[in-house]
Design a protein around this ligand. Structure first.
Ligand code: A3P
Length: 303
């Protein structure tokens, strides 16, 4: 099997994207959401896998416990916009082109938990028409760019990341797959002001007190697990547990280079300090202030 060629970024309706996330555009835009679908939205690397696992356990941990050991999390909670070659673990057959929309339509459970990295203006309108509950996950920009950098090294469906300095500049210039972090975060935040069915989860809050954030999620979703169940879920989604959980951390995309880094990588607030120089940090902060000047959202960059 030939290696997947790294895709080029291109301007897609004003947002940098790659073909792996736009090839299926017609199906994405015509996707028919159901009223009980739960949607997780985030800019890449904000902790969406963490939240996906929490929601999957909240809805199905007790009723369908076999899912956890038999179906990879990325098949239980599917990324809407993907279209790329996929090799299931243990399968010796040739990888198949899979489409997020098709996988979601084959899900037999209810509610369907769906994930997307699309900026708000690209979301299929049926999610809003059906008044679906939306969980928006956000993470501070500095840790997001560091996490994205490592992820792109291992993930051939993203452009070649190059070296750190130029990558950071690209992030600031919005030359990233899924476009600008700043516009993405601001776009979803503005949507929340007029759309009552959006709940925000911050990576840093999850890191501070996961149990508390699970309770807030339950409040929003109208769920009432027992305190023991909440505690059980908080333990299962702990970083160390997720890192050794092959159904979560095993990246079964074709050609994924897990020697370079791990999908569940470091899980820290403030890892940016190990990557940014003092000068890079100052330039970034100045640029950040300009980009976010009219946005009341505040992120913690350390704990
Ligand atoms: P790092 O690369 O900084 O470690 P996403 O799922 O949206 O792609 O986000 C991935 C980031 O979330 C990675 O960050 C990953 O390690 C982190 N993450 C996933 N599960 C986590 C957990 N249980 N606790 C802390 N961080 C977690």
């Amino acid at each position: 099997m030939e290696a997947v060629a790294r895709p080029e970024l291109f301007d897609f309706h004003g947002v940098c994207m790659t073909h792996f996330f736009t090839d299926n555009w017609e199906d994405i835009q015509n996707f028919e959401a159901r009223p009980d679908d739960i949607l997780i939205v985030s800019y890449p690397k904000a902790g969406s896998t963490w939240v996906s696992y929490i929601l999957d356990l909240l809805y199905f941990g007790q009723t369908h416990p076999e899912r956890e050991t038999s179906i990879p999390l990325s098949v239980r909670v599917v990324l809407l916009e993907i279209e790329f070659p996929w090799l299931f673990p243990g399968s010796k057959s040739t990888p198949r082109i899979i489409k997020g929309t098709k996988m979601i339509n084959h899900l037999t459970v209810s509610p369907r938990i769906i994930k997307t990295h699309l900026p708000v203006q690209f979301l299929p309108k049926s999610f809003f028409e059906q008044k679906c509950k939306i969980v928006s996950v956000a993470r501070n920009a500095k840790d997001s760019v560091v996490s994205y950098f490592h992820f792109e090294h291992m993930m051939p469906f993203y452009p070649e990341p190059g070296e750190w300095g130029s990558y950071l500049q690209r992030f600031m210039d919005a030359k990233m797959n899924f476009g600008s972090w700043y516009d993405h975060v601001k776009g979803w935040w503005e949507k929340k002001q007029t759309h009552p069915n959006i709940h925000y989860v911050f990576y840093e809050d999850l890191a501070e007190d996961c149990g508390r954030e699970i309770e807030k999620l339950c409040c929003f979703l109208g769920l009432s697990p027992s305190p023991e169940e909440t505690e059980r879920i908080a333990q299962k989604v702990h970083f160390d547990e997720m890192k050794k959980n092959n159904m979560v951390n095993l990246v079964m995309f074709l050609e994924t280079d897990t020697n370079k880094t791990s999908f569940i990588r470091k899980g820290k607030v403030g890892d940016w300090k190990n990557h940014f120089t003092v000068a890079q940090s100052e330039t970034f902060d100045e640029h950040y202030k300009q980009k976010m000047k009219n946005c009341p959202l505040e992120f913690h960059t350390e704990v």
